[in-house]
Design a binder for this molecule. Structure first.
Ligand code: AFP
Length: 338
């Protein structure tokens, strides 16, 4: 990237301008998606600002509540969830919301209803908040079948039916990565403008990577294909050098690195957690969608991740996602084991 040229750039491609440009490809489009996205962007800016001020504002620490997964809920989780829920409802473009922080799906009042369903994790990686490690928001967007009559079945759709997905990472920069089904683009928040500017156009994941990313503390409970794969990463038998291990424990940060540098991110099933840890609707599906859109793959150990149809809104699934060739390797190991 030419930083000097960047400093003098006068034709700024904001995220809104980018999405409006995309919309011109669809003459029937009514601008609803742009409006919805602007409300998601507002939520991301709010969380970004809260995360950076969290120490100052004494927002660190527990809110004294436990969410439905039995995890400690921090103040920032509560706040972020409230901001996103309110922003999404007030967009007038949503009919059902599913948040990691709410046990039940939220059905929007008919007076404020639109045709989009948003599934999201408002603040993923919250155990990293207190030490200042990158955290993020993950979201996926579906269309409802009948706007007048939204039902829970509209949410329980295969990931391949998503119309858009993305994440916002609150790290050394605030970066929003988005796909509306024709590639993946990354935008960085310019704090002086308060705008997300296109900085990573048309992201393509390297076909093969040199990094693997997994919580190795769970190794004693892994199945054979995962164990073999990680063993091969450390002790390759084909003459290639061993791979590097990187694991942050914030899915957004681990996936962002994987998308840009290549490699594979694994959250496998294990003997203790037969469905893994990550939630299908608002972790596995959006990230799998982005990976495929960037030229990578996402696999559950049994099938393409985006082909899964959730049975319930907070369902979990194992996932292996990243560079095409790396995921191909794990698919081969699972095929040999079955
Ligand atoms: P928290 O939100 O509880 O920190 O969990 C984060 C997360 O859902 C995901 O962002 C990580 O990839 C994964 O869990 C890390 O899980 P382990 O701590 O089991 O490695």
């Amino acid at each position: 990237m030419d930083h000097e040229a960047d400093a003098h750039r006068t034709d700024l491609m904001t995220i809104t301008r980018h999405v409006l440009n995309e919309q011109t490809k669809y003459p029937e489009s009514r601008g609803d998606f742009t409006i919805l996205l602007s409300h998601i962007v507002l939520g991301c800016k709010f969380v970004c600002s809260s995360v950076s001020k969290a120490g100052l504002a004494k927002l660190f620490g527990l809110a004294g509540e436990t969410n439905i997964q039995g995890e400690e809920q921090k103040k920032l989780d509560v706040l972020s969830n409230e901001v996103f829920v309110k922003a999404l409802i007030s967009s007038g473009r949503t009919c059902i919301l599913v948040s990691e922080e709410n046990e039940e799906a939220i059905f929007v009042d008919p007076s404020k209803r639109g045709r989009y369903i948003v599934v999201f994790d408002p603040l993923d990686g919250s155990s990293n908040i207190d030490c200042g490690v990158s955290i993020g928001t993950i979201f996926g967007i579906y269309l409802v079948k009948d706007e007048e009559n939204p039902t829970i079945d509209d949410v329980l759709q295969a990931g391949k039916n998503l119309v858009a997905a993305g994440y916002c990472m609150y790290g050394s920069a605030c970066t929003l990565v988005l796909s509306t089904g024709s590639g993946v683009n990354g935008f960085t928040l310019d704090p002086s403008l308060g705008e997300f500017i296109l900085t990573h156009p048309n992201i393509k994941i390297p076909k093969k990577g040199k990094i693997y990313s997994v919580n190795e503390g769970n190794a004693k409970n892994w199945d054979e294909p995962t164990t073999k794969f990680v063993e091969k990463c450390k002790f390759p038998t084909d003459g290639s050098p061993p791979r590097s291990l990187r694991y942050i424990g914030s899915m957004v940060a681990d996936v962002h690195r994987t998308l840009l540098y290549g490699g594979i991110f694994l959250y496998p099933a294990d003997k203790k957690s037969p469905n893994g840890k990550l939630r299908l609707l608002y972790e596995v599906f959006p990230m799998s969608y982005l990976m495929e859109q960037a030229g990578g793959q996402a696999f559950t150990g049994k099938q393409r991740a985006l082909d899964l149809v959730p049975g319930k809104i907070h369902e979990r699934s194992p996932v292996f996602l990243g560079s095409y060739d790396d995921v191909e390797e794990i698919k081969t190991l699972y095929a040999a084991a079955n």
